[in-house]
Design a protein around this ligand. Structure first.
Ligand code: BTN
Length: 259
């Protein structure tokens, strides 16, 4: 398998994640990349829309057909977050951070979003589509996200070629992915990931479907779960009852806002 050995490019498509699924049904190979200049139905996490009308930005999806157990596939989001962060840092020469599990932020604002979708295949096995949206060029963001969004050009003051950025991400992802497949976990990446984690050693608000609480974030473990020590009534972190937070339904915020 070679990541990006086959690249499907569109000027405009509904969503590269949707197109990846369609192409897979027509036999597209493991490691294929689907990239579009614009999306008419760009999809974000939790059913949100990913604004995709600016063709200076990068919108792409990676189609993967892994051999490992399906339960491990959600960790691929974190693998992509680390690969995308390293590539964005390299091409822009700017330090960036990750907001667990998979947003990349610059100066507390969101630069990259990742939507990982899983499809069980009728013939058995499964596929994972990792969709990545990156704000590359300076732009006027829609009012609803203007306060929390930023572009790589704004963050770095540099003009970035999105084609170069894509190449860097795919090369970096392949390296991390092969390591992940070998280890079956994120062990080899934990230190680097935690070093980039904006929430690390910070107080966070954990929003669960059943309620919310404040805790002290301690970084991820090798399964990609965020370790959080709840804050006791006396204001101290309860290190005896550290919780493991699994991305799915839970979201984590800084206590004062988005990060
Ligand atoms: C998020 O909500 O943070 C995730 C956003 C993911 C957007 C990307 S753009 C390319 C791919 N195609 C989609 O429809 N969504 C993802």
């Amino acid at each position: 398998m070679n990541i990006g050995s086959k690249v499907y490019h569109y000027e405009e498509i509904d969503s590269t994640n949707l197109e990846a699924k369609r192409l897979s049904e027509q036999g597209a190979e493991n490691g294929s990349v689907i990239v579009a200049d614009r999306q008419t139905e760009g999809r974000g996490r939790r059913g949100r829309i990913w604004e995709s009308s600016n063709d200076g930005n990068l919108y792409f999806s990676l189609l993967l057909k892994p051999d490992f157990e399906v339960q491990k596939s959600s960790m691929l989001t974190l693998v992509m977050a680390l690969a995308a962060l390293k590539a964005c840092e390299k091409v822009s020469d700017t330090k960036l951070q990750i907001k667990w599990p998979n947003d990349i932020v610059a100066g507390g604002k969101k630069l990259v979003g990742i939507l990982t979708e899983l499809n069980l295949l009728p013939e058995g096995g499964y596929q994972v589509i990792v969709g990545v949206g990156i704000n590359v060029v300076k732009q006027d963001f829609p009012e609803a996200i203007a306060e929390i969004a930023v572009s790589l050009e704004e963050a770095s003051g540099k003009v970035i070629a999105k084609e170069d950025l894509l190449k860097e991400i795919l090369a970096g992802f392949e390296e991390l992915y092969l390591q992940f497949c070998k280890d079956g976990n994120l062990g080899a990446m934990v230190e680097e990931y935690n070093g980039k984690l904006v929430n690390n050693n910070q107080e966070v608000k954990v929003l669960e479907p059943t309620g919310e609480y404040t805790g002290h974030a301690l970084g991820i473990n090798e399964e990609g779960e965020l370790l959080v020590a709840p804050i006791k009534e006396n204001g101290e972190a309860d290190m005896e009852n550290v919780r493991k937070i699994y991305a799915g339904e839970v979201s984590v915020r800084g206590i004062y806002g988005y990060v």
